[in-house]
Design a protein around this ligand. Structure first.
Ligand SMILES: [Zn+2]
Length: 183
């Protein structure tokens, strides 16, 4: 997405919202070169590839879900909302332009990790833990609540608690597999 004024290819997304019809996204962008602010209407959702989930199954690409997970990972971290909007827009552009009709959820996750790594190391570790160990955003949210409680008591306890919870989640999954449940 180039700046219409100076042609700089680096723009950040200030805000994203659904356009007038359900098939477009309206984005406020700002050029990182000259500071020019402009609006784009991106008609992409109908053409976005279908996401293949880890446990099997397919679902449409859900920008808000991805953004929600990233926001949780960045809670109380010095990451600005527009940085996450830009990150999600980058992933969308990637998914949209690669030309395949299907994309694996794991690929989206890996990509998000890659970008997040550059933004904030702590948020990166949180996202990776969640991504590798937890099935849902709700589970992640519960864990973050636990972490914040532990943090108030013992700032050093945070990491340990996270690892313990991740191990629990993995153990539960393994147990499910042993009993022949789940995917
Ligand atoms: Zn510009």
């Amino acid at each position: 997405m180039r700046c219409p004024v100076c042609r700089n290819p680096n723009t950040k997304v200030l805000d994203s919202r659904d356009g007038r019809d359900a098939t477009s996204i309206r984005r406020r962008r700002q050029c990182e070169g000259c500071g020019h602010r402009f609006t784009t209407f991106e008609r992409i959702e109908e053409n976005l590839p279908v996401v293949l989930k880890r446990g099997g199954g397919r679902q449409p690409f859900d920008r808000n879900k991805l953004l929600g997970g990233l926001k949780l990972a960045c809670r109380k971290r010095p990451v600005k909302p527009d940085q996450l909007e830009t990150l999600v827009a980058q992933i969308e552009q990637w998914a949209f332009t690669r030309g395949d009709r299907e994309v694996y959820a794991t690929e989206i996750g890996e990509r998000a990790m890659h970008y997040l790594h550059d933004l904030d190391p702590v948020a990166y570790v949180r996202f990776v833990s969640v991504y590798r160990s937890f099935e849902s955003v709700e589970e992640f949210e519960r864990l973050l609540h636990e972490m914040e409680k532990a943090e108030r008591v013992d700032p050093e306890g945070q990491r340990t608690l996270f690892e313990a919870a991740a191990a629990r989640a993995n153990a539960a999954k393994a147990e499910g597999r042993d009993r022949g449940e789940g995917g």
